[in-house]
Design a protein around this ligand. Sequence first.
Ligand SMILES: N[C@@H](CCC(=O)N[C@@H](CS)C(=O)NCC(=O)O)C(=O)O
Length: 234
Amino acid sequence: MADLSGFPITRRWPAQHPDRIQLYSLNTPNGVKASIMLEEAGLPYEAHLVDFAKDDQKSPEFVSLNPNGKIPAMIDPDGPEGAPIALFESGAILLYLAEKSGKFIPDDAAGRWHAIQWVMFQMGGVGPMFGQLGFFNKFAGKDYEDKRPRDRYLAESKRLLGVMDAALAGKTWFLGDDYTIADISMLGWVRNLIGFYEARDLVGFDGYPNVAAWLDRGLARPAVQRGLEIPSRG
Ligand SMILES: N[C@@H](CCC(=O)N[C@@H](CS)C(=O)NCC(=O)O)C(=O)O
């Protein structure tokens, strides 16, 4: 039985199954990358709800694991050399889980780098830009009289959608026939952009048919549907 008592986060979120991966998250677009991957890979895990309504992500216990105070974060009790490993940053978590499971990342070096490339594209572009557009379109930023900040993120989000649409032309997934962590990193963000962020018409989503078809394919996967709900406020 793994001993996770050295991780202060387990005092606030006790492990019922310390031998399983411990996920600390909420089902936001960054959070669901981890839960979708865990569901897809079939790795045993235990999900703990980090409730933003209670500022859980800024609690000393959470920050002891992720000094950046953001979800998702995890502990694998059976990490490298059999020792526990704590990780934050959803891109790092996806890469770690892909390597651990041997799934959703190609075996060949070129394919592997292409999967990493698209995860980096998501981390550096899609997430930050769509997130800012959400802020300026739906949340506090929507009341700002000056629309230039919103328009800047709108233009960049549309440009990124164009890049994705071109990359997906004639393909099922970003890497062709292989569904990978590249897809897993982006599905929740595109879904949020046109759903929760209410930017479907604003970005002219119908103008990106390859992205729309890819999103439908991704959302049809049962593991994606499960992951999108984990962990939720219930
Ligand atoms: N680069 C980080 C970003 C994580 C992030 O921004 N998470 C958001 C939820 S999608 C969060 O925890 N927000 C809470 C806060 O900022 O207080 C990652 O990909 O893991």
